[in-house]
Design a protein around this ligand. Structure first.
Ligand code: DND
Ligand code: ATP
Ligand code: GLN
Length: 629
């Protein structure tokens, strides 16, 4: 039995182009005598479509193309993910009833799911954590069972695919249906124990995150083993965004065999149509040596492949062909220049160094060396004159009918420099070149708002926003040693103390740099964000008292006592950054550019935040008072 697995690139809210991709895949599968082709979840309409799901005209387009796909099913059965609409019923928001659904087309028509009395199969479990928002838009199988006063299984039957006069029974699940550990209802368990199936499909639209593939494999392998059923897991590739947060979809479509084999069918971040010769009696793929097991990738490799892929697709979809980067000689802008050069070609990445009297010759030279190594166009524009002019104007500024003169403190002057570079120079250079400019903020800086609003925090995209500072270093090292195999990112940028170079307090020649101690704060901040049970100052202070903080946050042993001789020092630092993180940090993140997401918790829509809510719990305050007394 030849089965085609279509790991296609799905565009969000673009039925027409997705239909064309689906059509091409069907034609190729038919040419290769496949009797069945399986597409990913929501392969026609896209998945992260925001509130476009509320537009009737879009829904009508989906129905139109669902029908057009069904017409392509002469001689080949098609299983595809799309939106199922019941115009006579309502969702709980009062809008028209929509299901995240799977369609089966045979002999030119959509087949009926006789149990549900719909021409589609319905997703049972709705992910509503992190970036997902399924029940905002879709009615699910569990709700439908409640409405019809029956059980979920009463609304389900296997799909029947005809093969040489035999009916092959295909089980249907949709993405989250496989991730049922924390739900009361397990679609795989219930469906496979009630009906005899030849195999299951899981149609997914599952975003990438570092180490996600390991999680997926353990989830689907467990379902396959526990219920003794082979599973074809079919995921899409491409990018889709939930507003500010941009996700990559890595595909990694695989076959799970109850004997314990996991066979990668279509690769990692690759568009691919694979034709499988499946022996449904032996529950096995013949000649599977053409499908290689995915070698397990290192953390840095996963980051490199995913970030480059996401940036590439963003630039393609947004029709951006040139990027301008403020090259400071520091590590963040250097890594950013490498990423954009790899994607766009270095001749399209313009590096601009903008020195003031606070910039060292070391970093100025490093910026130039980076441009030479990468072969990027390079220019230098000094900002000394313009910032001094701003300073003069502000120092002599007089507001009529006001008693107070503005105070131009060191902090104000630091921000004037950053805004001069970003808002005045980079924005204009970018526009004059028909380009955009990048924001090189990393996750550590974004966490505590260590960047200037409308200055270095401006730009069209934050490619490094989901990388802690230590990830930035690791990835830079990985590029030099494993990708380029020579020093492209200058050693000086790696070795120099990370510094804003906006005042004498940031003099790198005297080893003065950022107030953030990355070897500690990276891990402290990460515990506030990425741990599933998110940590707060209360957890951190308790762990500090117990001597287990390094363990809790995962930083180097004995670091805390070395950095903070007394409890007072520790608390002062903890509160400083917590206030920044939950105060100004949020306000700045709201205004930061869209970002590339690659971890289990990225800023933007994945982590929903409120402006103006700095809070310390009662238990924290009580423990703090006890320690300081
Ligand atoms: N709720 C609110 N609604 C509207 N506006 C609000 C606001 N809260 C603050 N603001 C405004 O925002 C201003 C403060 O934000 P902002 O201007 O960004 O300045 P601010 O956060 O005070 O300072 C930026 C910090 O980042 C550092 N930095 C800057 C640039 C580059 C680097 C680097 O690592 O290379 C580091 C710099 O040394 C400084 O310590 C306030 O003065 C106020 O005008
Ligand atoms: N002298 C400069 N010339 C050009 N761009 C600059 C300069 N100083 C700062 N920038 C821009 O502002 C951004 C923020 O500066 P920041 O110091 O955080 O980053 P970095 O210099 O790349 O790395 P590091 O933080 O390790 O020093 C830089 O990435 C760069 O785009
Ligand atoms: N589309 C979905 O249902 C995605 C949810 C799922 N847990 C995943 O990330 O793979």
């Amino acid at each position: 039995m030849k089965i085609a697995i279509a790991q296609m690139r799905v565009l969000s809210a673009n039925c027409k182009e997705n239909f064309e991709t689906i059509k091409k895949n069907i034609e190729h599968a038919r040419e290769q005598n496949a009797c069945l082709i399986v597409f990913p979840e929501m392969s026609l309409p896209g998945y992260f479509n925001g509130d476009i799901w509320e537009q009737t005209s879009f829904l009508k387009d989906c129905e139109f193309y669902n029908k057009k796909i069904s017409e392509l099913s002469k001689g080949i059965d098609i299983i595809f993910g799309s939106i199922g609409i019941d115009w006579k019923k309502k969702n709980e928001d009062g809008r028209v009833r929509k299901y995240n659904a799977v369609f089966h087309a045979q002999n030119g028509k959509l087949k009926n799911n006789k149990k549900a009395k719909y021409p589609f199969w319905i997703k049972a479990l709705m992910p509503n954590y992190k970036e997902f928002d399924d029940s905002r838009h879709f009615f699910d199988l569990r709700k439908l069972a409640l409405e019809r006063d029956c059980k979920e299984i009463d609304l389900y039957e296997p799909i029947s695919v005809k093969l040489e006069n035999k009916n092959i029974k295909v089980g249907v699940t949709i993405c989250e249906d496989g991730w049922s550990q924390d739900y009361k209802f397990s679609p795989f368990y219930t469906f496979s124990h009630y009906y005899k199936h030849d195999f299951f499909v899981n149609l997914s639209c599952s975003p990438f995150e570092v180490r996600k593939q390991e999680k997926r494999q353990s989830v689907f392998y467990n379902e396959c083993k526990k219920n003794n059923i082979p599973i074809f897991y079919v995921n899409c590739v491409g990018i889709q965004n939930v507003g500010k947060t941009i996700y990559g979809f890595d595909g990694s479509s695989s076959f799970y065999n109850p004997n314990g084999e996991i066979i990668n069918l279509c690769g990692f971040f690759k568009e691919k149509l694979s034709i499988i010769d499946y022996d449904y009696e032996k529950k096995f793929i013949n000649n599977n040596d053409q499908f290689k097991r995915l070698n397990s990738l290192s953390h840095a490799e996963e980051m490199q492949i995913s970030i480059e892929y996401i940036i590439k697709k963003c630039l393609e979809e947004w029709n951006i062909k040139r990027v301008v980067i403020g090259a400071s000689g520091g590590i963040d802008s250097a890594l950013s220049a490498v990423l954009f050069s790899r994607v766009l070609g270095s001749e399209n990445v313009y590096l601009v160094n903008m020195p003031s009297k606070f910039n060292s010759i070391l970093t100025i030279n490093a910026a130039q060396k980076l441009a030479q190594n990468l072969k990027c166009p390079f220019a230098s524009i000094g900002i000394e004159e313009s910032i001094n002019q701003s300073l003069d104007q502000l120092q002599t500024l007089h507001f009529e009918a006001a008693n107070e003169q503005p105070k131009i403190t060191q902090l104000v002057f630091e921000n004037i420099q950053a805004r001069d570079r970003g808002g005045r120079i980079l924005a204009a250079v970018a526009q004059s070149l028909g380009a955009v400019f990048s924001c090189n903020a990393n996750k550590t800086e974004l966490t505590v708002g260590y960047s200037t609003l409308y200055g270095d925090q401006a730009g069209f995209l934050c490619p490094l926003a989901d990388l802690w500072k230590h990830d930035v270093y690791n990835l830079a090292y990985f590029y030099n040693t494993h990708v380029f195999k020579k020093e492209i990112i200058p050693k000086e940028s790696i070795d120099v103390v990370p510094s804003a170079e906006l005042s004498l307090e940031h003099n790198v020649m005297e080893n003065k740099g950022d107030p953030i101690i990355y070897s500690y704060h990276d891990y402290l901040f990460r515990s506030w964000i990425e741990q599933w049970e998110r940590k707060t100052p209360e957890d951190c202070l308790i762990a500090y008292v117990n001597g287990t903080l390094e363990n809790l946050i995962g930083c180097e042993k004995d670091l805390v006592r070395k950095l903070f001789p007394t409890a007072k020092d520790f608390i002062k630092d903890l509160e400083r950054w917590w206030i920044n993180f939950t105060g100004m940090g949020v306000f700045k993140r709201m205004q930061a550019p869209p970002l590339v997401a690659i971890t289990s918790r990225a800023y933007g829509f994945d982590m929903r935040e409120q402006v103006g809510r700095v809070y310390f719990s009662q238990a924290y305050l009580a423990l703090k008072n006890k320690l300081l007394a």
